[in-house]
Design a protein around this ligand. Structure first.
Ligand code: MG
Length: 173
């Protein structure tokens, strides 16, 4: 069974058409179960259901909606994501979910080395800019810095062999 776990915020919500079709094809072909795996706490499940309804999905479209844990948003910091990564991993293992989609770098980093086929939803610059100021711990802000290392890369650091160094020497990127 190819059981799929889908994050909701900035994953299904970022590309609803894609995920609705994925869900449909998966179910029609009996390929496996589909779960929502969200960090939303159990007390706010109704919000997820309302958001699903807006894009034409309902609880019946999934095997189960797996929720996060209760937390206080005002006191939230980066430790929250590390804790949630462990929580989500536990849920994936418990439900034998071997394919996972999420936008959050903390979560995809955790899952990819655990034998779970992991896909990260990558949001456009425009989308990230739009939400940047809304909430500093809104998870899409984490993705904004994900590629900053590319600016610091240089050929000299990457090249291990001498002949490679000769080729790139003096050639700026
Ligand atoms: Mg998300």
């Amino acid at each position: 069974m190819l059981n799929i776990g889908l994050d909701f915020h900035d994953t299904i919500s970022y590309a609803p058409d894609f995920f609705i079709n994925l869900i449909r094809v998966w179910k029609e072909n009996n390929l496996g179960n589909i779960y929502i795996v969200t960090g939303t706490p159990p007390s706010k499940k109704h919000e997820v259901l309302a958001d699903l309804e807006k894009i034409g999905l309902s609880e019946e479209d999934f095997k189960e909606i797996l929720l996060g844990f209760e937390y206080e948003k005002d006191k939230m910091d980066l430790r929250h994501f590390k804790k949630m990564a462990k929580h989500k991993l536990k849920l994936l293992k418990k439900h034998n979910i071997n394919i996972y989609f999420d936008d959050n770098p903390y979560y995809v980093q955790k899952m990819k080395d655990e034998g779970i086929l992991t896909f990260q939803t990558m949001m456009s610059k425009d989308y990230l800019d739009m939400f940047e100021k809304a909430d500093p711990f809104f998870t899409c802000n984490l993705q904004k810095e994900q590629f900053d290392y590319l600016d610091k890369l240089d050929n000299k650091k990457m090249c291990k062999k001498d002949d490679c160094k000769e080729i790139i020497l003096g050639k700026p990127l």
